[in-house]
Design a protein around this ligand. Structure first.
Ligand code: FRU
Length: 444
């Protein structure tokens, strides 16, 4: 496979072949980022869950590796879970010179699997014995482990329906023996939880903890090493659109909290599903409380092949600053001053054709104050949007990363379908600036 099929993401990871769903065991270990994923190598639909594997030096260029875990070879159900790097060999599982990668999986209890060859092969710890058990009749899955630096120990969360939907929290000092800490009950918490600290407004001494769930809902709160206490009430939504079962990486070299999720709708002749583009997570104070920000990792700029910049223009109906451009995969950032806008709406037609049609339109509605149908208030009279356009994916970021959309679009890559129309409807709007970056493929 050359990754050149129609709709195959060129800077989004997808399995070379077969089905993928959730990202699993995201770690930085022994000089590379590791992306494991729920994988069926035998077909294009969900079945016989394996853990697929890919590695990257920079979160942008991925190399497909052989399957890491296979049902029947490794005991257990091999459903979703997280991973850590045991740099201190606290588990005693280390046999060679590399840092062990320790991952967690299984349903209705938790099993440990570990690799001493940098994720190429895994062994089940103690024949797959469940190191955490749940009462019979209780469903549970998706263990995720994080380092709790304040307490010098590991913390695990997993979903279960014990007493209703929620997460169980366990702690450990050696990655193998786990002690029950508490249970956080919430109806919205279903599948693939993640619990991790983030500095508030960049201040490492003002750390808050974030608890997320598969559908990208989250709450911010405090974690005292035993109990998680949410600051406010209901959960917030992190991403709109086709985005599920995200995980954050552990052990990142720069200490950043990088997240990748699963986009379910992308399918071609040889594969199904792909990963969302990795983002750095942040936490900022807002009048409504702390909120997550998502920013595409800076490494994307390594794919830049051509850039173009516009500044201080007035957009009028039928003026298109992008008229000279034909592009397939690209990154656009545009800032509009809407304070004196007379346009009812403005935005971008993506993969536009000369007959006026386009594969996808991204619209800001000045009266409703919505971007792509989702509320987005101007800040100081400005609306700024960033669009990442790949062959099968569209991501929209705005409002300093407080707003994000992940969508699945089968873009037509034919030469006459590669136009970009920056439009305004029914009046004018000021374009403060726009930056276009044409991207190269990330596949080698
Ligand atoms: C989420 C999920 C997880 C489970 C996995 C199985 O998409 O249902 O809860 O572990 O997929 O593939």
């Amino acid at each position: 496979t050359t990754y050149s099929e129609p709709y195959r993401g060129q800077f989004h990871f997808s399995s070379q072949s077969g089905w993928m769903n959730d990202p699993n065991g995201l770690v930085y270990a022994n000089g590379e980022y590791h992306f494991f994923y729920q994988h069926n190598p035998h077909g294009l639909a969900w079945d016989t869950m394996h853990w697929g594997h890919a590695t990257s030096p920079d979160l942008v260029h991925w190399t497909q590796k052989p399957i890491a875990m296979e049902p029947g070879v490794q005991p257990g159900t091999l459903f979703s879970g997280g991973g850590v790097v045991d740099t201190a060999n606290s588990s005693g599982l280390k046999t060679g010179s590399l840092d062990p990668i320790v991952v967690y999986s299984n349903t209705d209890g938790v099993s440990v699997y570990y690799s001493n060859d940098n994720g190429r092969t895994f062994q089940a710890y103690d024949k797959g014995r469940k190191v955490v058990t749940v009462p019979s009749g209780v469903s549970s899955r998706d263990p995720k482990v994080t380092w709790d630096a304040a307490r010098h120990r590991w913390v695990m969360v997993f979903w279960s329906d014990e007493g209703g939907n929620g997460v169980s929290i366990y702690t450990s000092t050696n990655l193998l023996d786990w002690t029950f800490a508490s249970r956080y009950r919430a109806d919205w918490l279903f599948e693939c939880p993640d619990l991790f600290p983030l500095p508030l407004d960049g201040h490492t001494n003002q750390q808050r903890w974030v608890l997320t769930s598969a559908s990208s809902q989250y709450v911010v709160g405090g974690f005292d090493g035993t109990t998680f206490t949410a600051d406010g009430t209901g959960p917030q939504k992190m991403v709109n659109g086709d985005f599920y079962a995200a995980e954050t990486f552990t052990n990142t070299p720069d200490g950043k909290t990088v997240q990748m999720g699963w986009q379910n709708g992308n399918q071609g002749s040889t594969w199904t599903g792909d990963a969302s583009f990795p983002v750095d997570l942040g936490l900022v104070s807002t009048p409504d409380g702390p909120r997550i920000t998502r920013t595409p990792v800076a490494g994307l700029s390594s794919l830049a092949s051509q850039t173009q910049h516009w500044a201080g223009r007035t957009l009028t109906p039928n003026s298109n600053p992008f008229s000279g451009i034909k592009a397939d995969i690209y990154d656009i950032t545009a800032q509009f001053d809407v304070s004196h806008a007379t346009a009812g709406s403005f935005g971008f037609d993506l993969h536009a054709r000369s007959d006026g049609s386009a594969d996808r339109t991204v619209v800001y509605d000045t009266a409703k104050q919505t971007l792509d149908g989702i509320p987005l208030k101007p800040r100081g009279g400005k609306v700024t949007m960033r669009l990442l356009v790949d062959r099968g994916q569209l991501e929209i970021y705005a409002d300093g990363g407080l707003f994000s959309v992940a969508d699945n679009v089968n873009f037509d890559s034919a030469a006459d379908s590669q136009g970009i129309r920056l439009f305004s409807n029914g009046g004018n709007v000021k374009l403060d600036s726009a930056d276009f970056t044409r991207l190269n493929t990330s596949w080698g």
